[in-house]
Write a protein that binds this ligand. Sequence first.
Ligand code: NAD
Length: 432
Amino acid sequence: MTSLDTAELELMPAEQVGQEGAPWDQALAQIRSVAEYLGLADDLCAMLASSRKALEVSLPIRLDNGRIETFTGYRVQHSTTRGPSKGGLRFHPLVDLEMIKALAMSMTWKCALVELPYGGGKGGIRCDPTLLSLGERERLTRRYAAEVYPIIGPGRDVLAPDLNTGEREMAWIYDTYSTLSGGNVGSPVTGRPVLVGGSSGRRTATGFGVACCCRWIAERLEIPPPVRLVIAGFGNVGQAVASELARDPAFRIVAISDVNGCRRSPSGLPSLDIQRAAAAGSSIVEIGCGDLVDRDSALWTECDILVPAAISGVIDAEMASEVSARVIVEGANGPLTDAADSLLRRRGVEVVPDILANSGGVIASYLESIQETEPTRFSDEEVARLVRERLRNAFAEVADLADSRQVSMRLAALSIAVQRVADAHVSRGLYP
Ligand code: NAD
């Protein structure tokens, strides 16, 4: 590594839907900065910056009203150097190829950071899932699975849940894939329902890992208990973080928001109400305690740790100047815009980056795929233990490097991950 002055490096979150620049341009700027920091050759950097494969598909489906509507979907395999590509599938109106390419690249770094034998991939369908009936959603998911069938599958590219997708969509993809293959030839997805080979700990693993990172960073920075916590986003990830830390007396959850609003109480929201809402998957506004305020108020609520766990780019520079948290633990992918990230860094706010903080899900996915080939079933406790152990090692490695080099945790995490992928490229050599 070079000892380049890190103040010159403006490292940006990989995923951005905010207004401050295109996501793919930002992902490229990020890899170039890290390559420069690591002293990697330009040609190697250019290879690391390219996606191995990007597929765009048209998805015509019949709506319930009889009309045909054609959606657009994508599957991108950024890297297969360290193993098959791995990454989620999201449904969102803002999905486009550049966003999916940026997210696939981020998955490559995430898998390398926690030392999983995977590359990075991502998929998406541009749609507003709130406007789809259950039947339309199923037809869309199955058509997508059929269109990307030639490039996905075990050993090639394995999908997982992401924004607005879950076990149900994974089961449909698994079923479509098996039907087209003419048999059970292994799973092209993780995050399936337990009944059809899924792992019971997978659904909560991402949030559980985020909660672990909150504990470790609080210990490391010696934040005295009760650590005041705000969670912005109450879906798969946010609910699991809330549920885990509501039971921990060292934490006090002072606000939780979702798309409908924010519940806030400086003395702490009641633990049982939070756990009930998380278990029921209900909106946080329904818990009926604490003050009901608008959803963005969560971001500037007085607290020690802020966990953005919704969509990307929700904290822009203007909001970042209002953030009172001492630490941000990125539950979502790329919740900070580039300008917000730089500003928070200048203000001395510690950021535990997404590729570290939310890697619990992909670790659990790896355990699920082991279950497929080995006569083993991991219990919830084993999944939690194995996720915690692997994440703990990565967290310690990143935090130690950040301390010793006096760099941000984001730069430390990315430099470890990028170096691993670069080394793997060199050791495999080039075809032909
Ligand atoms: P989800 O669809 O289950 O939940 C998203 C939540 O965000 C919902 O509660 C929604 O109401 C809320 N929300 C949307 N816009 C908001 C806003 N402006 N302010 C506050 N809340 C808002 O999605 P998820 O699976 O929990 O994923 C959340 C993020 O975590 C995404 O960035 C995703 O890429 C990332 N992630 C998810 C996983 C996983 O295992 N699900 C793994 C790694 C990363």
